[in-house]
Design a protein around this ligand. Structure first.
Ligand code: PHE
Length: 339
């Protein structure tokens, strides 16, 4: 009997399995009601008295060892399982969502960057303005229909308060505070009372530039804008200037670039002309210099102004201006940039 127990002890010690079914079989074999160990207890009465103590101890040892074995093997499996259920270390990590810059901010920063390289500073000013800075100081005569060119949101009549319709008002403020040479661009939000459509909005963004110094000529204006166009839309971009009218510039022009989407061959964006308009410009009207206490005999200057929405739409082939204001994440996510 002792020999038999000894063998069983060895069998229990050497048993190992990760299979729950095998462990259960093992448990039934040793620990069930009709299992080996209970059978040993039943046989116990046949053990000669002098061996009873030793055999009793051995059977108990066997029982404890079997219970311990089953518990150990089961807990090993379940702790492995728990781990596996919660974390699969082989899965790739969840990427952290990072935001992207708004396309208008990307393009604004690109434009600023290009003019920075030409030595232009950045100036900013208030969105809520007065008539003087938006119109009078820019050679818009009182009650002149030219003011209707820009559908103004008037807030109050007396004293006059209105929302700026262009950032030229910032340049008036720059001229008030700074002596020439002045070389500055003013990015910012502007407001016009226009119906909202795919091509127009009552709020949009501009960058206007002003350069005043001795001997500034139309050639300087043209060269500056050609450089800008090539940097913004690619080396092969060509420009074309068409005569136009603005109260604050004389002569005035509107600038087209060769259509960046079809390369000038003609498409529905350029309406098969090969050209798209991107900005207004001209030589600063001497009246503007005078009303800002700059000697028009000593100094000349050029100015230009463009809508950031328009540049962005051309650059990325965006067809509807309203997309910029809807903040639809599916639209915004498409613009990843270093700017
Ligand atoms: N201020 C003009 C506008 O908003 C643009 C412009 C600026 C035109 C400077 C000529 C010179 O339409």
């Amino acid at each position: 009997m002792l020999k038999k127990i000894e063998n069983l002890l060895n069998e229990i010690k050497s048993f190992d399995s990760k299979d729950l079914n095998k462990i259960e079989e093992f448990r039934i074999k040793f620990l069930a009601k009709k299992g080996i160990i209970n059978n040993l207890f039943s046989d116990f009465k046949n053990v000669p008295n002098e061996q009873k103590k030793l055999v009793g101890q051995k059977i108990n040892e066997l029982k404890n060892l079997a219970i311990e074995k089953v518990n150990n093997l089961k807990s090993k499996i379940s702790s492995n399982n728990k781990f596996a259920e919660k974390i699969d270390l082989t899965l790739p990590g969840d990427s952290i969502k990072i935001g992207s810059r708004h396309p208008l901010s990307i393009v604004r920063n690109q434009i600023i960057d290009i003019f920075n390289r030409l030595g232009f500073t950045i100036s900013e000013g208030p969105e809520i303005e007065d008539d003087y800075h938006v119109f009078s100081a820019l050679n818009f005569p009182d009650e002149h229909p030219a003011r209707d060119m820009q559908d103004t949101f008037f807030i109050e009549k007396n004293p006059d308060v209105l929302l700026r319709t262009h950032t030229s008002s910032v340049q008036v403020r720059t001229m008030e505070n700074q002596k020439p040479p002045i070389r500055t661009i003013s990015p910012g939000r502007v407001f016009r009372n226009e119906a909202i459509s795919a091509r127009a909005h009552c709020i949009f963004h501009q960058i206007e530039g002003l350069y005043i110094d001795k001997n500034v000529s139309f050639a300087d204006l043209k060269q500056t804008l050609l450089y800008f166009a090539k940097e913004m839309f690619g080396k092969n971009t060509r420009i074309r200037l068409r005569p136009s009218y603005f109260p604050f510039t004389e002569p005035s022009a509107e600038m087209d670039i060769s259509c960046n989407l079809c390369g000038g061959k003609g498409c529905n964006v350029c309406k098969y002309t090969g050209w798209v308009e991107i900005l207004g410009c001209g030589m600063v009207d001497p009246n503007v210099l005078k009303s800002n206490n700059i000697d028009a005999n000593e100094f000349t200057g050029f100015a230009f102004g463009m809508g950031i929405e328009r540049i962005t739409m051309l650059k990325y082939g965006i067809k509807d201006l309203r997309l910029f204001f809807e903040n639809d994440i599916r639209f915004l996510e498409q613009f990843k940039s270093a700017y």
